[in-house]
Design a binder for this molecule. Structure first.
Ligand code: SF4
Length: 409
């Protein structure tokens, strides 16, 4: 086999570092200067919090940083010792361990640790763990923990679901106004929803360039590039960043620039990233001339239903339409559509031990989808953050055999 090509950096990445650095610096400086801080789950009501003037902090992003830096491995046992099971979300246990030990990747960025919350706001659309996670800090700091309880395994997102979730979101306004010490300005909310939607449209367009052959972007690039879509939704910096990234991707696509030189096969990634092994996995796929073209994970921050003229209901619809809270039938349909759109030759399921919510190989979905699409699948056992649950050798061998299988198919 020819020697592996290098991963191709994006010119936009320099700007990405600036945007993310500015976000964290402003968040932490604001906290020190007395600005109120709200913690928010990754698909919580960020637009509402921004409109109320909070500095908005997303601890799942910190969880991913703890995984990517592999700090998680030493920190998880500290949370286990305080009664959080090793079987529950390893974002939660890494983050709580980081808090207990007072160590964070932020310190390497010359920033103080995560900002203390004045209020914590969750949405259970993704899992129950986020509520338990936030309640830990609410007890520690004696601050309110508020949230939205979204139904799970949703088939059709009906009007009654939208109505129920919308009412729950509206019911947050009064306690959030109290925590913010400010009244909600409806115009600011509409603006935040509009910015969120524009961010989403651009991020989706960037990911959609991977439908081209060869793909100009990989899933591994996407896990880095998605930062602003997660933490700056509803902020103009995210919109400005994705305009730049999209232009670069379109240039790449127009010039036939492949993210994986000599792309032979295309794979869809289903499930969480294995944060501490992204670099190794990217290198392995690169060497196998196989591009992981798309993923449910990166596409989870695409909220096309957002509508500034109807903020609460459109937020409710967007956040209840999320893949993770949908029924098996909806998931199967979504994956079949995505595999066709991105011309995937196969699909890899990451069975993340501590996140059953994002592990979709456990109820026969891979078999049903293979039957439907005729495409092979591979299950890789591992975890998002707890590398003790990941066998490098097993994953490496499995991936090699999977690509070999596709080359014979
Ligand atoms: S969805 Fe999974 S990884 Fe995310 S917070 Fe919930 S349990 Fe953790």
């Amino acid at each position: 086999m020819a020697p592996a090509a290098e991963r191709k950096d994006f010119a936009a990445t320099a700007k990405l570092k600036d945007v993310m650095g500015k976000y964290y610096a402003e968040l932490m400086r604001g906290r020190q200067e007395g600005r109120k801080t709200a913690w928010c789950t990754s698909v919580g009501p960020a637009e509402l919090l921004r409109a109320l003037g909070f500095g908005v902090y997303f601890p799942e992003n910190h969880g991913a940083m703890l995984g990517a830096t592999r700090m998680a491995t030493d920190l998880i046992p500290l949370a286990n010792a305080r009664g959080f099971s090793p079987d529950i979300c390893s974002y939660l246990t890494s983050d709580v361990g980081s808090y207990l030990k007072g160590e964070s990747p932020f310190q390497k960025m010359k920033l103080p640790g995560p900002p203390r919350a004045d209020v914590l706001v969750f949405n259970t659309n993704q899992c129950r763990d986020v509520k338990d996670w936030f309640q830990f800090y609410a007890r520690e700091w004696n601050v309110p923990c508020l949230g939205i309880h979204t139904p799970r395994a949703i088939g059709e997102v009906t009007e009654s679901i939208v109505e129920a979730v919308s009412r729950q979101t509206e019911a947050l306004v009064r306690p959030l106004e109290e925590a913010a010490g400010a009244k909600l300005d409806p115009q600011r909310l509409r603006e935040a929803v509009d910015l969120s939607r524009r961010c989403t449209v651009l991020w989706k367009a960037a990911l959609d360039t991977a439908a081209g052959v060869p793909s100009p972007i990989t899933f591994f690039d996407g896990t880095i590039q998605m930062g602003p879509a997660v933490v700056l939704r509803g902020h103009p910096d995210a919109v400005a960043y994705y305009e730049v990234l999209l232009a670069e991707l379109r240039d790449r696509a127009a010039g036939g620039t492949a993210a994986v030189e000599g792309e032979r096969f295309r794979i869809y990634w289903e499930g969480m990233p294995i944060w501490g092994k992204l670099r190794d996995l990217s290198a392995q796929f690169m060497a196998l001339r196989t591009c992981v073209v798309a993923s449910t994970y990166c596409n989870s921050w695409v909220f096309e239903d957002l509508d500034p003229s109807d903020p609460f209901r459109s937020m409710a619809r967007a956040y209840s339409s999320l893949f993770i809270c949908r029924s098996e039938d909806c998931k199967e349909q979504y994956l079949a559509t995505m595999m066709a759109r991105f011309k995937a030759d196969g699909i890899l399921y990451h069975d993340a031990k501590t996140c059953p919510n994002n592990s979709n190989n456990r109820y026969q979905l891979p078999q049903r989808l293979r039957e439907r699409t005729g495409k092979p699948f591979l299950v890789v056992n591992g975890d998002l953050n707890d590398l003790r649950l990941y066998s490098e050798e097993q994953a490496r061998t499995g991936i090699e055999a999977f690509v070999e299988q596709m080359s014979q198919g």
